[in-house]
Design a protein around this ligand. Sequence first.
Ligand SMILES: NC(=O)c1ccc[n+]([C@@H]2O[C@H](COP(=O)([O-])OP(=O)(O)OC[C@H]3O[C@@H](n4cnc5c(N)ncnc54)[C@H](OP(=O)(O)O)[C@@H]3O)[C@@H](O)[C@H]2O)c1
Length: 386
Amino acid sequence: MPQSYAITAEAIQAERSRVDNDLDKFDAANVIKLDELVLPELGPKDVHFRVLVVSVEHNIDHAVLADTVNITELRGGKIYPGNSAVGEVVKVGDQVTRFKPGDVVITHCNGEPDIYGYPKRIWAYDKPESIGWYGQEAVVEDWQLIPAPLDCGLNLWEIAALPLRAPTAYHLWRRALGILRLKIDRENLARLNVLGFGGGVSELFLMLARHEGHRAFFCSGSAERREHLEEQGIEPIDQKKFNRFASSGDVKGFSKEVKKLTDGEGIHIVCDMLRGAVFPAGLAALSRQGVNVSAGWQLGQKISYDSALLSVKQVTLDHTHYDTVVGCNACTELYGVVFKPTVHKEIYTFAELPRAVREMHHNTQTGIPIVQVAEDLPASVKSLAV
Ligand SMILES: NC(=O)c1ccc[n+]([C@@H]2O[C@H](COP(=O)([O-])OP(=O)(O)OC[C@H]3O[C@@H](n4cnc5c(N)ncnc54)[C@H](OP(=O)(O)O)[C@@H]3O)[C@@H](O)[C@H]2O)c1
C-alpha cells in the first residue's frame, strides 16, 4: 500500500497542548506523520501517477498550526496534504487522451473552479475528500494535471518549486497590473516601481514585473534569496535593516528609503502576501494611485488602514486567491523564461519531509523547500535532478 503523509486534528491538539499554544515552540514534525493510503479506483477520466518530487507549501504550516482555521478538524479530523507535485503517469482511464503512461506531469491545486474559473476550494486543503500529493502515489482526474515543461531550462527541483507558487504569482500580477493600468495608462507611465516582501510567491511576482521592463524591489530578510534575485536584475532591500517593521519609526525609515530609491515617486504596485507588520510598510511605500495585492495572510488575517488617507492617495487594496485552471496551464509557458525560483540548498528525502515543514515554520530555509519522494527517478527526468 502506498505511503502518504497525514495531519490529524488529534496530533494538532496534542502538539498545541505540549507547547501551551506557544507557536514559536511548536514542532510541525510532531503533527505531520506517515500513514498508509488506499488509492481510489481508477475512473474513466482518472490518471494514476507516481509522485516524484514535491515542494513544501506554506499552507502546510497553516494546516499543522491550525492558525487560520482548523482545516483538519473541519475536514473530519484527518487530511492528506500536499498540493504541488511533479509525477510520472502510471496508468490512465479509458477517456483520458491528454496523458499516457510514462508522461511527466505537474499538478495544480484549483480544486473547484467558480463560474469564472477561480477556485472556490483548494485541492488537498478545503476541497472535501481531496487527497494530497505528499505521498508515493495518487489518483486524480486529468484536469488536475498539466504536462511538465521538461525542456524549459530549469532543473527538476526548480520545476517542482513552481506548481503552486507560479500560478498564484501569475494571477496576482495580472490583477495588479490591470488595476494600476485602469488608473494610469502606459502613455503616461511606462516603467513601474514594483515591490514584493520575502517569500516564493513574491519573488515570482517580481520576476514577472522585471521581465516586462519594470523596476522590481525584493524586501526580504534572507541574504541568499536577495542575492539570487539580484542576479535577475531585481533590486534588494534588507528587511532586517528596518527590524521587520517592529515600530512605526521602522516603517517611516523604510518609506523614506523607498522614496529615495524611486526618486520620490514611491511604489506603484506592492505584493504583500504576509500582512501583519508588513502591511503598513507596504502601504507607506505606495505612490499615489498605488495598488496593494495579496493572496496571503501569513503574519496576520486582519488589516486596518486610514480610509480617508487611502482615498486621497487613490490607493487600491486587492485580494486574490489561486489562478484559474486555464491560467495554471498558461503560466507553465513562463517556466525558465521568466520564472527562475530560488530553491533551498538541501533537497529533502521523503522521510525528512516533516523536518522540511519544521524548518519552513522556523524560516531557516534559503529558498523554496523541495522533497524528493521517489528514490528511483525515471530516465526522462534523471538528467534534470542536478
Ligand atoms: N491564496 C493562495 O492561493 C496562496 C498561494 C500561495 C501562498 N499563499 C500564502 O501566502 C503566504 C506566503 O506564501 P509563500 O509561498 O510566498 O511563502 P514562502 O515561500 O514560504 O515564504 C514565506 C516568507 O515569509 C517571510 N517571513 C517569515 N517570517 C517573517 C516575519 N516574521 N516577518 C516578515 N517576513 C517573514 C520569509 O521571508 P524573508 O525571511 O526572506 O523576509 C519567508 O521567505 C503564505 O501565507 C501562504 O499560505 C496563498
